[in-house]
Design a protein around this ligand. Structure first.
Ligand code: NAD
Ligand code: DAU
Length: 333
């Protein structure tokens, strides 16, 4: 099968593209190479990388030549950045997803939309989100993701396309751009830099190792029923402060690096996914424990300093870091 993986130079997309290649599939990646897209993530593979935007219908048409499926990872993905400014988030999700689906509708390709548990919103008072729950996004990022998702049932109903949605939980592992909690805190700890924990640090995320996430998406690509949504969660609900302490322990960093800073505006307190449907229908479940996944991830960052040093020393990263953290760290408790 020839498969187009959009956003395949980013974190999860590159792991997925490599997974499909290992399974003997013919993979082509279409990626705009925004700040988080990195061709080095595909080094050592035979995967073709086409640089282009999913909102550009001609680029998409050229890249999909001979393809039987599209798996769409392309997105702006960082909640904090969406709070600083969200225009690109909405464009890629809404216009980009629709551009891909317009081609799917004409060609009959299979389609998987890679979405997120954040579209269900905050579950502070308990319970787990199911695929039938209403959308209740609370950040500009998650609103954009929800907007993209809305196209899928419409194209299935109106045009009968073979499309599914996956909703994954917080994903971690090698090659993640060092702006999200785990890669940021790991690389800061290895450099003896502060670990800026938002608010009381008691927010809960459901951590999913990247290979488990990719296995779930692959199961949906191969066996998902058209029009269906599948939750893909890690089953490891952990408070941020416990994640941070785990990183301190694994890196041997000084615990006083951990600092409570001003909270993220609108911060969702807890996410949780019910993944019974993927287990029952697709025979998928996560296999990597959080302890093993975190240890493997920290080991990867320890052994691959050149990969993240070149990002963190760059002008773009330094400007973002200054804007997001300088004042917070000055006023840290
Ligand atoms: P990432 O930021 O590492 O990768 C995103 C990739 O998309 C980058 O390579 C970027 O260059 C590319 N891209 C952005 N806009 C594009 C456009 N208009 N056209 C083509 N390419 C474009 O993010 P990630 O963590 O790998 O996330 C991948 C997908 O998985 C996203 O859709 C995200 O919403 C979803 N997701 C992520 C997580 C997580 O915890 N990281 C969890 C659930 C779902
Ligand atoms: O839930 C899935 C989502 O997980 C994905 O859809 C998103 O693409 C991905 O970015 C992620 O969103 P989060 O906002 O949950 O991830 P992040 O790593 O930014 O934050 C995780 C938690 O850690 C969150 O409660 C905020 C907190 N945090 C984060 C950073 C970057 C801090 O306390 N300090 C920080 O510096």
């Amino acid at each position: 099968m020839r498969v187009l993986v959009t956003g395949g130079a980013g974190f999860i997309g590159s792991h997925f593209a490599k997974r499909l290649e290992r399974a003997g599939e013919d993979v082509v990646v279409l990626d705009k190479l925004t700040y988080s897209g990195n061709p080095a993530n595909l080094d050592g593979t035979g995967i073709e990388l086409v640089v282009g935007d999913i909102c550009d219908s001609q680029a998409v048409e050229r890249a999909t030549e001979g393809c039987e499926a599209i798996v769409n990872f392309a997105a702006d993905t960082h909640v904090d950045r969406s709070i600083l400014g969200a225009t690109d988030f909405g464009r890629t999700e809404f216009v980009g997803t629709q551009t891909l689906l317009e081609l799917v509708r004409k060609t009959g390709m299979r389609y998987v939309q890679v979405s997120t548990d954040e579209v269900y919103g905050d579950l502070e008072t308990g319970g787990s989100s199911r695929e039938t729950d209403p959308l209740c996004p609370s950040s500009p990022y998650s609103v954009a993701k929800a907007a993209g998702d809305l196209h899928i049932p419409a194209y299935v109903r109106t045009f009968g396309v073979q499309a599914c949605i996956t909703r994954g939980s917080n994903t971690y592992g090698p090659n993640q751009y060092p702006e999200k909690l785990i890669p940021l805190f790991t690389t800061n700890a290895l450099d003896a830099e502060p670990l800026p924990l938002y608010g009381d640090g008691r927010q809960v995320r459901d951590w999913l190792y990247v290979e488990d996430h990719c296995a779930g998406i692959e199961a949906v690509l191969r066996r998902g029923r058209a029009g269906e949504i599948y939750n893909i969660g890690g089953g490891h609900e952990v408070e941020n402060i416990e994640v941070a302490k785990g990183i301190v322990e694994l890196t041997g960093a000084d615990p006083t690096l951990l600092q409570h800073v001003e909270d993220r505006p609108g911060h969702d307190r807890r996410y949780s996914l019910s993944c019974e449907k993927a287990k029952q229908e697709l025979d998928w479940e996560p296999v990597v424990s959080f302890a093993d996944g975190l240890a493997q991830t920290v080991a990867w960052y320890r052994e691959n300093r050149p990969w993240w040093d070149s990002i963190k020393s760059g002008e773009h990263y330094r400007a973002y870091y200054e804007r997001q953290y300088a004042e917070r760290l000055e006023n840290a408790e």
